[in-house]
Design a protein around this ligand. Sequence first.
Ligand code: FAD
Length: 291
Amino acid sequence: MKLTEIFKQNKLSLSFEVFPPKNNTAFESVKAATEEIASLSPSFMSVTYGAGGGTSKYTLEIAKNIKERYGVPSLAHLTCVSSTKETVMEKISEMKAAGIQNVMALRGDLTPELEKSDPKKWAYRHAIDLISDIKESGADFCIGGACYPEVHPESANQADDIKYLKEKVDAGCEFLTTQMFFDNNLLYNFLYKIREAGITVPIIPGIMPITNANQVERAISLSGSFMPQRFKSLVDKFGVHPDAMCEAGIVYATDQIIDLFANGIKNVHVYSMNKPHVAQKIMENLAQILR
Ligand code: FAD
């Protein structure tokens, strides 16, 4: 099923993100975790693409397994900045052959080597180039893209970021998933600005449940997200008690999701990070709301 069909439905839904293993040894345990999450019947599941593409075969295997064994629509991520045109075309063919219908078209983060090299020599500079190639390949995918309520770290300002986002949508991006954020007001402000800029595709807020104190620093350094005082206090108080921190992080994420639903958002994506207990608890917390 194409995700645009889900977004058209007039009901609230929750989806989950998982990531592929780094090697074959971890494959079975990661697969089992993704299956446990799939058995919760989320509206869809996304499977990330490891930086550089080294784990792309696992992305496909997991996306295919979730769809075929559990009937959960899957969204396979694909990045382009470290790839050649030939590799990307190969990946598109493999996705088609695996029956994948939804692709998250991303640029990928710049590696230190890329940062030192001349961008004119790169086969892909931005996600829009990948979207154009997917369209040109004739593959009938529903294409998603990333967006940043707090502005992409490389952007000079939000106006530029939104201008390029509009171009990405016009090139064929049918929905956008947001970077994580911990203050919903940032999302509401962003929505207002992008709608004003003429971006009308579904926006799927991405919520990251922070379930241990070590995750905090990594999440901020990856996303540059603003941490509200309310969240900082929670980490200060419960960070040293793993079970308490896990409980508090899930409740904080649940609270964010309820507020999003209450303010008109229909689909929320949870960065569940291969943690079935986190996905399950959030589903339980929202059982009556999702009915
Ligand atoms: P782009 O859309 O290309 O934007 C990157 C920057 O370039 C922005 O500053 C933008 O404003 C600017 N820009 C865009 N188009 C142009 C243009 N035409 N001219 C000039 N400037 C332009 N990374 C992974 O490696 N694997 C994953 O699976 C993965 N999944 C992700 C899922 C989500 C929901 C999000 C939010 C991020 C994900 N990432 C993933 C990280 C992502 O690859 C990085 O954030 C990356 O730095 C930007 O990717 P993008 O597709 O948003 O790039």
